[in-house]
Design a protein around this ligand. Structure first.
Ligand code: AKG
Ligand code: FE2
Length: 290
């Protein structure tokens, strides 16, 4: 289905929404039931939807082992993440088995989304959680067993890391180097977010902040994150998207339209400077016309 995306690390999120087999995963009854089981009725999704191809995590923080991170790490040390009622998850539909040689699944620190200390200031409690997880990442990681079609949902505060191709492990290579994966071992995961109805608002506000930061400090790559945030709802989404979500009983968590609009203007200016990027930015319209 998906070939390499020339010049881009992965397919823009704007396009992922327009590929029916990808977006319709979020609205399938079994998937919706799983999301609602964890998030309750009125479960929200955001407009982040991606299909990383041979995506392997390799970031490295002080004392932390290669690739381990929390998706909520981007949100910083903020009080809402310490709320015991907070529920925000990454959903991943894995399309391959874990392969001892080529990786393909993730490992997690079971329970590592919790804050072990119930007292102290915000930073102190975040640091305590980090220390607990530094030990957990080393001594009690759990490798998630996946088969093609396995849905994995994990708390955005949970430490996790890709299982890496053996070659990359041996040579201690970064993610960019793990691209020589043979076609039959190619790793694909469809990723999106699910949230309790009262927990996505802060995340979405951070999406806007993150998109602005990305546009403020261009790194020569396609502004991948801003691409998802600049999509106008509903006009830049496929017909039936809103009604599919409604029929499934899902809320679509999006930033206020004036914020989306401000990102869109900046995004278009940024990609306009690079013909290749400009092409990718509008490519979803070809799918719309098809
Ligand atoms: O698919 C994986 O191995 C993990 C990807 C991941 O953690 C991320 O993109 O945040
Ligand atoms: Fe992650």
């Amino acid at each position: 289905m998906l070939q390499g995306v020339a010049g881009l690390a992965q397919m823009p999120m704007s396009m992922c929404h327009w590929i029916r087999p990808v977006r319709s995963i979020m609205f399938r009854p079994a998937v919706v039931a799983a999301m609602k089981e964890l998030m309750g009725e009125g479960c929200a999704i955001t407009t982040e939807l991606s299909v990383p191809r041979n995506g392997f995590t390799t970031g490295k923080r002080k004392l932390t082992r290669m690739g381990w991170h929390e998706d909520a790490g981007n949100e910083g040390h903020v009080a809402y993440l310490m709320d015991p009622r907070y529920r925000f998850a990454k959903c991943g539909l894995f399309l391959q088995d874990h392969d001892p040689e080529w990786g393909g699944t993730i490992q997690v620190v079971s329970g590592g989304h919790r804050f072990p200390l119930k007292f102290g200031g915000i930073d102190f409690r975040f640091y305590a959680k980090r220390i607990f997880n530094i030990v957990g990442e080393r001594y009690w990681p759990t490798q998630i067993r996946v088969r093609p079609g396995t849905l994995v949902m994990f708390d955005s505060r949970l430490p996790h890391a890709s299982t890496m191709p053996a070659m990359a492990r041996k040579l201690n290579l970064g993610s960019g180097k793990a691209t020589d994966v043979p076609p039959d071992k190619t790793k694909y995961v469809i990723y999106w977010n699910a949230s309790r109805p009262d927990c996505y608002q802060q995340y979405v506000a951070n999406m806007v902040t993150r998109a602005n930061k990305e546009l403020e400090s261009p790194n020569g790559e396609y502004p991948f994150y801003a691409d998802a945030v600049r999509m106008r709802f509903p006009r830049d989404f496929p017909p039936g998207y809103e009604s599919d979500a409604k029929a499934a009983g899902l809320v679509i968590g999006i930033p206020p339209s004036e914020q989306t609009e401000a990102i869109r203007v900046r995004f278009e200016k940024a990609v306009g400077l690079n013909p290749g990027f400009a092409r990718w930015a509008t490519a979803f319209r070809d799918l719309a016309a098809a």
